[in-house]
Ligand binder design. Structure first.
Ligand code: SAH
Ligand code: SF4
Ligand code: F3S
Length: 459
Protein backbone atom coordinates (compact mmCIF):
# COMPACT_ATOMS: atom_id res chain seq x y z
CA UNK A 1 0.00 0.00 0.00
CA UNK A 2 2.73 2.37 1.02
CA UNK A 3 4.48 1.75 -2.26
CA UNK A 4 1.47 2.86 -4.36
CA UNK A 5 1.29 6.01 -2.30
CA UNK A 6 4.89 6.82 -3.18
CA UNK A 7 4.15 6.50 -6.87
CA UNK A 8 0.96 8.56 -6.78
CA UNK A 9 2.60 11.51 -5.14
CA UNK A 10 5.66 11.46 -7.25
CA UNK A 11 4.38 13.45 -10.21
CA UNK A 12 3.23 16.46 -8.22
CA UNK A 13 6.39 16.79 -6.16
CA UNK A 14 9.97 17.82 -6.81
CA UNK A 15 12.20 15.56 -8.86
CA UNK A 16 14.07 12.71 -7.28
CA UNK A 17 16.46 11.75 -10.01
CA UNK A 18 19.91 11.82 -8.56
CA UNK A 19 21.49 10.33 -5.47
CA UNK A 20 24.89 10.94 -3.89
CA UNK A 21 26.14 8.60 -1.15
CA UNK A 22 29.22 9.32 0.92
CA UNK A 23 30.44 6.13 2.60
CA UNK A 24 32.78 5.79 5.56
CA UNK A 25 33.87 2.72 7.51
CA UNK A 26 33.97 -0.97 6.87
CA UNK A 27 32.97 -3.20 3.96
CA UNK A 28 29.61 -3.76 5.62
CA UNK A 29 28.92 -0.07 5.17
CA UNK A 30 29.98 -0.29 1.54
CA UNK A 31 27.56 -3.14 1.09
CA UNK A 32 24.80 -1.15 2.81
CA UNK A 33 25.47 1.88 0.61
CA UNK A 34 25.13 -0.16 -2.54
CA UNK A 35 21.87 -1.61 -1.22
CA UNK A 36 20.59 1.90 -0.44
CA UNK A 37 21.31 2.82 -4.05
CA UNK A 38 19.44 -0.30 -5.22
CA UNK A 39 16.46 0.65 -3.05
CA UNK A 40 16.27 4.23 -4.23
CA UNK A 41 16.58 3.08 -7.81
CA UNK A 42 13.71 0.69 -7.35
CA UNK A 43 11.48 3.18 -5.49
CA UNK A 44 12.19 6.36 -7.46
CA UNK A 45 14.33 5.41 -10.46
CA UNK A 46 17.20 7.36 -8.90
CA UNK A 47 20.70 7.11 -10.30
CA UNK A 48 23.98 7.60 -8.48
CA UNK A 49 26.06 10.71 -9.15
CA UNK A 50 29.64 11.43 -8.14
CA UNK A 51 29.22 14.92 -6.69
CA UNK A 52 26.88 16.18 -3.94
CA UNK A 53 26.27 19.34 -6.03
CA UNK A 54 24.47 17.22 -8.64
CA UNK A 55 22.24 15.32 -6.23
CA UNK A 56 18.56 15.64 -5.28
CA UNK A 57 19.23 13.40 -2.27
CA UNK A 58 22.50 13.21 -0.30
CA UNK A 59 23.06 10.31 2.06
CA UNK A 60 25.97 9.87 4.42
CA UNK A 61 26.70 6.34 5.54
CA UNK A 62 28.83 6.90 8.60
CA UNK A 63 31.27 5.00 10.82
CA UNK A 64 31.93 5.60 14.49
CA UNK A 65 34.59 3.02 15.22
CA UNK A 66 37.49 5.38 15.82
CA UNK A 67 38.14 8.88 17.10
CA UNK A 68 36.75 12.06 15.64
CA UNK A 69 34.13 10.10 13.72
CA UNK A 70 31.32 12.45 14.80
CA UNK A 71 33.44 15.52 14.03
CA UNK A 72 34.13 14.25 10.52
CA UNK A 73 30.41 13.84 9.97
CA UNK A 74 29.60 17.37 11.13
CA UNK A 75 32.34 18.94 9.05
CA UNK A 76 31.15 17.12 5.93
CA UNK A 77 27.59 18.15 6.77
CA UNK A 78 28.79 21.77 6.83
CA UNK A 79 29.50 21.44 3.09
CA UNK A 80 26.04 20.10 2.42
CA UNK A 81 24.45 22.90 4.44
CA UNK A 82 25.60 25.40 1.81
CA UNK A 83 23.97 23.32 -0.91
CA UNK A 84 20.75 23.18 1.08
CA UNK A 85 20.76 26.97 1.43
CA UNK A 86 20.87 27.25 -2.34
CA UNK A 87 18.37 24.44 -2.93
CA UNK A 88 15.98 24.09 0.03
CA UNK A 89 14.29 21.06 -1.58
CA UNK A 90 17.53 19.05 -1.29
CA UNK A 91 17.08 16.04 1.02
CA UNK A 92 19.95 15.20 3.37
CA UNK A 93 20.09 11.94 5.32
CA UNK A 94 22.62 10.59 7.82
CA UNK A 95 22.72 6.83 8.23
CA UNK A 96 25.18 4.24 9.47
CA UNK A 97 26.81 3.85 12.84
CA UNK A 98 27.04 7.55 13.82
CA UNK A 99 23.38 7.90 12.82
CA UNK A 100 22.54 5.04 15.13
CA UNK A 101 24.57 6.36 18.06
CA UNK A 102 23.71 10.02 17.81
CA UNK A 103 20.09 9.75 16.65
CA UNK A 104 18.12 12.98 16.87
CA UNK A 105 21.11 14.76 18.39
CA UNK A 106 22.33 15.13 14.82
CA UNK A 107 19.24 17.10 13.84
CA UNK A 108 19.55 19.28 16.94
CA UNK A 109 23.09 20.23 16.00
CA UNK A 110 22.52 20.30 12.23
CA UNK A 111 18.83 21.20 11.75
CA UNK A 112 19.10 21.02 7.96
CA UNK A 113 19.45 17.21 8.18
CA UNK A 114 16.10 15.72 7.11
CA UNK A 115 16.58 12.06 8.02
CA UNK A 116 18.61 10.09 10.54
CA UNK A 117 18.67 6.32 10.43
CA UNK A 118 20.83 3.37 11.49
CA UNK A 119 22.37 0.33 9.82
CA UNK A 120 19.28 -1.76 10.57
CA UNK A 121 16.65 0.70 9.33
CA UNK A 122 17.82 1.90 5.94
CA UNK A 123 15.32 -0.33 4.16
CA UNK A 124 12.76 2.30 5.23
CA UNK A 125 14.53 5.00 3.19
CA UNK A 126 11.91 5.24 0.43
CA UNK A 127 9.19 5.76 3.05
CA UNK A 128 11.29 8.31 4.89
CA UNK A 129 12.00 10.26 1.72
CA UNK A 130 8.34 10.21 0.81
CA UNK A 131 7.35 11.51 4.21
CA UNK A 132 9.92 14.29 4.06
CA UNK A 133 8.80 15.44 0.64
CA UNK A 134 5.13 15.29 1.48
CA UNK A 135 5.15 16.94 4.89
CA UNK A 136 8.57 18.65 4.95
CA UNK A 137 9.20 17.36 8.44
CA UNK A 138 12.19 15.56 9.81
CA UNK A 139 12.39 11.84 10.44
CA UNK A 140 14.61 9.72 12.62
CA UNK A 141 14.41 5.94 12.72
CA UNK A 142 17.03 4.25 14.84
CA UNK A 143 15.20 1.35 16.45
CA UNK A 144 16.80 -2.08 16.12
CA UNK A 145 14.25 -4.31 14.48
CA UNK A 146 14.85 -8.04 14.15
CA UNK A 147 16.80 -8.80 11.02
CA UNK A 148 14.12 -7.59 8.65
CA UNK A 149 15.93 -5.28 6.29
CA UNK A 150 17.07 -8.05 3.96
CA UNK A 151 13.45 -9.00 3.32
CA UNK A 152 12.82 -5.52 1.94
CA UNK A 153 15.78 -5.08 -0.37
CA UNK A 154 15.53 -5.48 -4.13
CA UNK A 155 17.85 -7.75 -6.13
CA UNK A 156 21.40 -6.41 -5.95
CA UNK A 157 23.02 -4.61 -8.85
CA UNK A 158 26.63 -5.48 -9.58
CA UNK A 159 29.60 -3.74 -11.14
CA UNK A 160 32.97 -5.20 -11.97
CA UNK A 161 34.04 -8.67 -10.95
CA UNK A 162 33.81 -8.57 -7.16
CA UNK A 163 30.71 -8.44 -4.98
CA UNK A 164 29.81 -8.45 -1.29
CA UNK A 165 27.08 -10.36 0.51
CA UNK A 166 26.36 -9.51 4.14
CA UNK A 167 25.55 -12.79 5.88
CA UNK A 168 24.99 -11.52 9.40
CA UNK A 169 24.51 -8.32 11.30
CA UNK A 170 25.76 -7.03 14.60
CA UNK A 171 28.23 -8.28 17.15
CA UNK A 172 27.88 -9.99 20.54
CA UNK A 173 31.55 -10.00 21.48
CA UNK A 174 31.67 -6.68 23.34
CA UNK A 175 35.41 -6.14 23.14
CA UNK A 176 35.90 -3.41 25.71
CA UNK A 177 37.14 -0.75 23.26
CA UNK A 178 34.58 -1.21 20.51
CA UNK A 179 31.31 0.58 19.63
CA UNK A 180 30.11 -1.91 17.03
CA UNK A 181 27.87 -3.97 19.36
CA UNK A 182 26.08 -0.74 20.25
CA UNK A 183 25.78 0.66 16.72
CA UNK A 184 24.94 -2.53 14.85
CA UNK A 185 23.11 -4.38 17.57
CA UNK A 186 23.14 -8.10 18.39
CA UNK A 187 24.42 -10.86 16.10
CA UNK A 188 21.64 -11.92 13.76
CA UNK A 189 22.18 -14.24 10.83
CA UNK A 190 20.39 -14.30 7.49
CA UNK A 191 19.00 -17.58 6.28
CA UNK A 192 21.18 -19.80 4.09
CA UNK A 193 18.63 -19.62 1.29
CA UNK A 194 18.58 -15.83 1.17
CA UNK A 195 22.39 -15.72 1.09
CA UNK A 196 22.55 -18.31 -1.69
CA UNK A 197 19.87 -16.45 -3.68
CA UNK A 198 21.66 -13.13 -3.42
CA UNK A 199 24.99 -14.74 -4.34
CA UNK A 200 23.38 -16.36 -7.39
CA UNK A 201 22.02 -13.00 -8.48
CA UNK A 202 25.51 -11.50 -8.30
CA UNK A 203 26.96 -14.39 -10.29
CA UNK A 204 24.27 -13.90 -12.94
CA UNK A 205 25.49 -10.30 -13.27
CA UNK A 206 29.01 -11.50 -14.10
CA UNK A 207 30.54 -11.33 -10.63
CA UNK A 208 33.35 -13.90 -10.23
CA UNK A 209 34.52 -13.09 -6.73
CA UNK A 210 32.25 -12.97 -3.66
CA UNK A 211 33.13 -11.83 -0.15
CA UNK A 212 30.83 -12.93 2.66
CA UNK A 213 30.62 -10.14 5.21
CA UNK A 214 29.93 -9.75 8.89
CA UNK A 215 31.71 -8.30 11.92
CA UNK A 216 32.25 -11.91 13.03
CA UNK A 217 31.35 -14.22 10.21
CA UNK A 218 32.35 -17.27 12.17
CA UNK A 219 29.61 -16.44 14.66
CA UNK A 220 27.14 -17.22 11.85
CA UNK A 221 24.18 -19.35 12.95
CA UNK A 222 21.56 -19.23 10.23
CA UNK A 223 18.48 -21.20 9.32
CA UNK A 224 19.40 -23.87 6.76
CA UNK A 225 17.11 -25.13 3.99
CA UNK A 226 16.70 -28.34 6.03
CA UNK A 227 15.19 -26.38 8.92
CA UNK A 228 18.34 -26.92 11.03
CA UNK A 229 20.75 -24.27 12.25
CA UNK A 230 23.82 -24.02 9.99
CA UNK A 231 27.19 -22.74 11.13
CA UNK A 232 29.60 -20.67 9.07
CA UNK A 233 31.59 -23.59 7.69
CA UNK A 234 28.44 -25.29 6.40
CA UNK A 235 27.41 -22.05 4.71
CA UNK A 236 30.85 -21.65 3.19
CA UNK A 237 30.75 -25.11 1.59
CA UNK A 238 27.28 -24.38 0.20
CA UNK A 239 28.22 -21.01 -1.32
CA UNK A 240 31.44 -22.43 -2.77
CA UNK A 241 29.50 -24.82 -5.01
CA UNK A 242 27.48 -22.11 -6.77
CA UNK A 243 28.04 -22.31 -10.51
CA UNK A 244 30.29 -19.56 -11.85
CA UNK A 245 31.87 -18.66 -8.51
CA UNK A 246 35.62 -18.49 -9.09
CA UNK A 247 36.73 -16.81 -5.90
CA UNK A 248 35.26 -16.91 -2.42
CA UNK A 249 36.44 -14.84 0.53
CA UNK A 250 35.08 -13.74 3.89
CA UNK A 251 35.65 -11.03 6.45
CA UNK A 252 35.97 -10.51 9.41
CA UNK A 253 36.76 -13.55 11.53
CA UNK A 254 37.18 -13.57 15.26
CA UNK A 255 39.96 -15.88 16.52
CA UNK A 256 37.71 -17.06 19.34
CA UNK A 257 35.34 -18.80 16.95
CA UNK A 258 37.78 -20.26 14.45
CA UNK A 259 36.87 -23.94 14.40
CA UNK A 260 38.99 -26.89 13.22
CA UNK A 261 36.36 -27.48 10.51
CA UNK A 262 36.91 -23.98 9.16
CA UNK A 263 40.67 -24.58 8.99
CA UNK A 264 40.00 -27.81 7.07
CA UNK A 265 37.75 -25.87 4.67
CA UNK A 266 40.82 -23.86 3.63
CA UNK A 267 42.40 -27.11 2.50
CA UNK A 268 39.29 -28.53 0.86
CA UNK A 269 37.44 -25.73 -0.90
CA UNK A 270 39.35 -25.00 -4.08
CA UNK A 271 37.72 -21.62 -4.81
CA UNK A 272 38.20 -20.38 -1.24
CA UNK A 273 41.02 -17.86 -1.59
CA UNK A 274 44.21 -18.16 0.50
CA UNK A 275 43.66 -14.88 2.32
CA UNK A 276 42.41 -14.37 5.86
CA UNK A 277 41.90 -11.25 7.95
CA UNK A 278 42.21 -12.45 11.54
CA UNK A 279 42.53 -9.43 13.84
CA UNK A 280 44.42 -9.95 17.08
CA UNK A 281 44.62 -6.35 18.43
CA UNK A 282 47.45 -7.08 20.88
CA UNK A 283 50.15 -9.66 21.55
CA UNK A 284 50.00 -9.27 25.31
CA UNK A 285 48.00 -11.86 27.24
CA UNK A 286 47.29 -9.27 29.90
CA UNK A 287 45.79 -6.86 27.37
CA UNK A 288 43.94 -9.54 25.41
CA UNK A 289 42.22 -10.34 28.68
CA UNK A 290 41.57 -6.70 29.53
CA UNK A 291 40.12 -6.18 26.05
CA UNK A 292 37.80 -9.14 26.55
CA UNK A 293 38.99 -10.83 23.37
CA UNK A 294 38.39 -14.32 24.71
CA UNK A 295 41.70 -15.93 23.71
CA UNK A 296 45.39 -15.66 24.56
CA UNK A 297 48.45 -15.48 22.33
CA UNK A 298 49.22 -19.21 22.38
CA UNK A 299 45.70 -20.00 21.27
CA UNK A 300 46.13 -17.49 18.44
CA UNK A 301 49.40 -19.13 17.37
CA UNK A 302 47.73 -22.53 17.44
CA UNK A 303 44.98 -21.29 15.12
CA UNK A 304 47.52 -19.83 12.69
CA UNK A 305 49.44 -23.13 12.71
CA UNK A 306 46.30 -25.16 12.01
CA UNK A 307 45.44 -22.86 9.09
CA UNK A 308 48.94 -23.02 7.62
CA UNK A 309 48.93 -26.81 7.79
CA UNK A 310 45.90 -26.68 5.48
CA UNK A 311 47.08 -23.79 3.29
CA UNK A 312 50.82 -23.14 3.55
CA UNK A 313 50.42 -20.21 1.14
CA UNK A 314 47.74 -18.52 3.28
CA UNK A 315 48.21 -14.72 3.42
CA UNK A 316 47.24 -13.30 6.79
CA UNK A 317 46.29 -9.82 7.84
CA UNK A 318 45.36 -8.32 11.18
CA UNK A 319 44.23 -5.24 13.05
CA UNK A 320 46.28 -3.90 15.95
CA UNK A 321 45.54 -1.31 18.61
CA UNK A 322 48.43 0.48 20.33
CA UNK A 323 48.06 2.50 23.51
CA UNK A 324 45.11 0.68 25.06
CA UNK A 325 44.65 1.91 28.67
CA UNK A 326 47.45 0.57 30.84
CA UNK A 327 49.58 -0.72 27.92
CA UNK A 328 53.18 -0.95 29.11
CA UNK A 329 56.39 -1.11 27.07
CA UNK A 330 56.46 -4.82 27.80
CA UNK A 331 52.89 -5.30 26.53
CA UNK A 332 53.83 -3.52 23.35
CA UNK A 333 57.00 -5.62 22.92
CA UNK A 334 54.74 -8.67 23.13
CA UNK A 335 52.71 -7.26 20.25
CA UNK A 336 55.82 -6.80 18.12
CA UNK A 337 56.91 -10.30 19.04
CA UNK A 338 53.57 -11.80 18.05
CA UNK A 339 53.66 -10.00 14.71
CA UNK A 340 57.22 -11.22 14.04
CA UNK A 341 56.23 -14.78 14.78
CA UNK A 342 53.11 -14.75 12.63
CA UNK A 343 54.56 -12.92 9.60
CA UNK A 344 51.58 -11.08 8.20
CA UNK A 345 51.09 -9.87 4.66
CA UNK A 346 49.47 -6.66 5.82
CA UNK A 347 48.05 -5.13 8.97
CA UNK A 348 45.92 -2.18 9.94
CA UNK A 349 47.36 -0.41 12.96
CA UNK A 350 45.40 2.05 15.08
CA UNK A 351 46.03 4.25 18.07
CA UNK A 352 43.52 3.53 20.80
CA UNK A 353 40.83 6.15 21.24
CA UNK A 354 38.05 5.99 23.81
CA UNK A 355 34.63 5.57 22.23
CA UNK A 356 31.46 6.76 23.91
CA UNK A 357 29.54 4.10 25.80
CA UNK A 358 32.27 1.43 25.72
CA UNK A 359 33.62 -0.17 28.94
CA UNK A 360 37.21 0.88 28.11
CA UNK A 361 36.15 4.52 27.92
CA UNK A 362 35.56 4.36 31.66
CA UNK A 363 39.26 3.67 32.25
CA UNK A 364 41.69 6.53 31.98
CA UNK A 365 43.18 6.90 28.48
CA UNK A 366 46.56 6.96 30.19
CA UNK A 367 49.12 6.16 27.50
CA UNK A 368 50.52 9.56 26.47
CA UNK A 369 49.90 10.58 22.86
CA UNK A 370 53.65 10.75 22.18
CA UNK A 371 54.05 7.14 23.35
CA UNK A 372 51.09 6.03 21.22
CA UNK A 373 52.68 7.76 18.23
CA UNK A 374 56.04 6.14 18.81
CA UNK A 375 54.52 2.66 19.22
CA UNK A 376 52.40 3.14 16.13
CA UNK A 377 55.47 4.12 14.09
CA UNK A 378 57.44 1.09 15.31
CA UNK A 379 54.58 -1.25 14.50
CA UNK A 380 54.03 0.34 11.10
CA UNK A 381 57.71 -0.03 10.29
CA UNK A 382 57.60 -3.72 11.15
CA UNK A 383 54.44 -4.16 9.09
CA UNK A 384 55.96 -2.40 6.09
CA UNK A 385 58.90 -4.83 6.29
CA UNK A 386 56.50 -7.77 6.41
CA UNK A 387 54.49 -6.48 3.46
CA UNK A 388 57.74 -5.92 1.56
CA UNK A 389 58.81 -9.49 2.32
CA UNK A 390 55.45 -10.91 1.25
CA UNK A 391 55.68 -9.00 -2.04
CA UNK A 392 59.30 -10.10 -2.64
CA UNK A 393 58.31 -13.73 -2.05
CA UNK A 394 56.08 -13.52 -5.11
CA UNK A 395 58.91 -12.81 -7.55
CA UNK A 396 59.38 -15.69 -9.96
CA UNK A 397 56.03 -17.29 -9.06
CA UNK A 398 53.23 -17.74 -11.53
CA UNK A 399 49.99 -16.47 -10.03
CA UNK A 400 46.43 -16.85 -11.11
CA UNK A 401 45.27 -13.26 -11.68
CA UNK A 402 41.72 -11.97 -11.99
CA UNK A 403 41.98 -9.18 -14.56
CA UNK A 404 39.90 -6.24 -13.37
CA UNK A 405 40.66 -3.20 -15.49
CA UNK A 406 43.15 -1.27 -17.56
CA UNK A 407 46.21 -0.10 -15.65
CA UNK A 408 47.37 3.49 -15.37
CA UNK A 409 50.04 3.10 -18.05
CA UNK A 410 48.83 2.64 -21.62
CA UNK A 411 48.77 -1.02 -22.65
CA UNK A 412 48.76 -2.17 -19.02
CA UNK A 413 46.17 -4.29 -17.30
CA UNK A 414 45.49 -4.50 -13.56
CA UNK A 415 44.38 -7.57 -11.68
CA UNK A 416 44.44 -9.38 -8.35
CA UNK A 417 46.28 -12.48 -7.24
CA UNK A 418 44.41 -15.11 -5.24
CA UNK A 419 45.75 -13.52 -2.06
CA UNK A 420 44.46 -10.16 -3.17
CA UNK A 421 47.64 -8.41 -4.26
CA UNK A 422 47.49 -5.93 -7.12
CA UNK A 423 49.43 -6.92 -10.24
CA UNK A 424 50.17 -4.83 -13.33
CA UNK A 425 51.21 -6.37 -16.61
CA UNK A 426 51.03 -5.71 -20.35
CA UNK A 427 48.01 -7.19 -22.09
CA UNK A 428 45.01 -6.49 -24.26
CA UNK A 429 41.85 -4.93 -22.86
CA UNK A 430 39.73 -7.80 -24.15
CA UNK A 431 41.24 -9.98 -21.39
CA UNK A 432 39.45 -7.95 -18.70
CA UNK A 433 37.08 -10.23 -16.81
CA UNK A 434 39.23 -13.33 -17.22
CA UNK A 435 41.46 -15.17 -14.79
CA UNK A 436 44.86 -15.84 -16.31
CA UNK A 437 48.35 -16.92 -15.21
CA UNK A 438 50.87 -14.11 -14.73
CA UNK A 439 54.52 -14.61 -13.77
CA UNK A 440 55.65 -12.03 -11.24
CA UNK A 441 58.81 -10.19 -12.20
CA UNK A 442 59.01 -7.21 -9.84
CA UNK A 443 57.66 -6.18 -6.44
CA UNK A 444 56.89 -2.65 -5.25
CA UNK A 445 55.54 -1.34 -1.94
CA UNK A 446 51.86 -1.97 -2.64
CA UNK A 447 51.78 -3.78 -5.97
CA UNK A 448 53.47 -6.33 -8.19
CA UNK A 449 54.50 -6.32 -11.82
CA UNK A 450 54.37 -9.40 -14.01
CA UNK A 451 54.23 -10.94 -17.42
CA UNK A 452 51.20 -12.67 -18.82
CA UNK A 453 51.85 -16.34 -19.48
CA UNK A 454 51.02 -16.84 -23.11
CA UNK A 455 48.23 -19.29 -23.49
CA UNK A 456 46.00 -19.59 -26.56
CA UNK A 457 43.56 -17.09 -24.99
CA UNK A 458 46.11 -14.42 -24.31
CA UNK A 459 47.83 -14.39 -27.68
N1 SAH B 1 34.88 -7.11 13.93
C1 SAH B 1 36.22 -6.87 13.69
C2 SAH B 1 36.69 -5.44 13.84
C3 SAH B 1 35.79 -4.31 13.66
S1 SAH B 1 36.39 -2.72 14.00
C4 SAH B 1 37.03 -7.71 14.64
O1 SAH B 1 36.58 -8.10 15.67
O2 SAH B 1 38.17 -7.93 14.35
C5 SAH B 1 37.87 -2.65 13.05
C6 SAH B 1 39.10 -2.38 13.87
O3 SAH B 1 39.07 -1.08 14.42
C7 SAH B 1 39.28 -3.28 15.06
O4 SAH B 1 39.79 -4.53 14.71
C8 SAH B 1 40.23 -2.49 15.90
O5 SAH B 1 41.57 -2.77 15.59
C9 SAH B 1 39.91 -1.03 15.54
N2 SAH B 1 39.23 -0.35 16.64
C10 SAH B 1 38.00 -0.60 17.11
N3 SAH B 1 37.72 0.21 18.16
C11 SAH B 1 38.81 0.99 18.35
C12 SAH B 1 39.15 2.02 19.27
N4 SAH B 1 38.32 2.39 20.23
N5 SAH B 1 40.36 2.61 19.14
C13 SAH B 1 41.22 2.23 18.19
N6 SAH B 1 40.97 1.26 17.29
C14 SAH B 1 39.78 0.64 17.38
FE1 SF4 C 1 34.16 -4.87 17.88
FE2 SF4 C 1 35.13 -6.97 19.10
FE3 SF4 C 1 32.79 -7.12 17.86
FE4 SF4 C 1 35.03 -6.90 16.46
S1 SF4 C 1 34.47 -8.62 17.78
S2 SF4 C 1 33.14 -5.78 16.13
S3 SF4 C 1 36.28 -5.58 17.73
S4 SF4 C 1 33.24 -5.92 19.66
FE1 F3S D 1 32.39 1.60 11.42
FE2 F3S D 1 30.03 0.71 11.91
FE3 F3S D 1 31.63 -0.61 10.28
S1 F3S D 1 31.34 1.67 13.36
S2 F3S D 1 33.62 -0.17 11.12
S3 F3S D 1 30.78 1.37 9.94
S4 F3S D 1 30.21 -1.47 11.74
Amino acid sequence: MRHTMIEKNQSSLQSLDTLFIKTYGCQMNEYDSSRMADLMKQAYGMRLVNAPEDADVILMNTCSVREKAEEKVYSELGRYRKLKEQRPELIIGVGGCVGQQEGERIQKRAPYVDAVFGPQTYHKLPEMVNEIRRDRHKVSITDMPEIEKFDHLPAPSAHGLSGYVTIMEGCDKFCTFCVVPYTRGPELSRSVTSILDESRQLLEHGILDISLLGQNVNGYRGLGPDGEEWDFTMLLYAVSTLPGLKRLRFSTSHPMEMTPELAVAFGEISNLMPYLHLPVQSGSDRLLKAMHRGHNRDEYFAIIDSLRVQRPDLALSSDFIVGYPGETDDDFEQTLDLARRVQYDTAFCFKYSPRPGTPASKSEDDVPESVKDERLQRLLTLMRQQTHQAMQNKIGKTESVMIEKQGRNPGDLEGRTEDFKIVHFAGQARLIGQIMPVTITEAYGQSLRGKLVLTEDAE
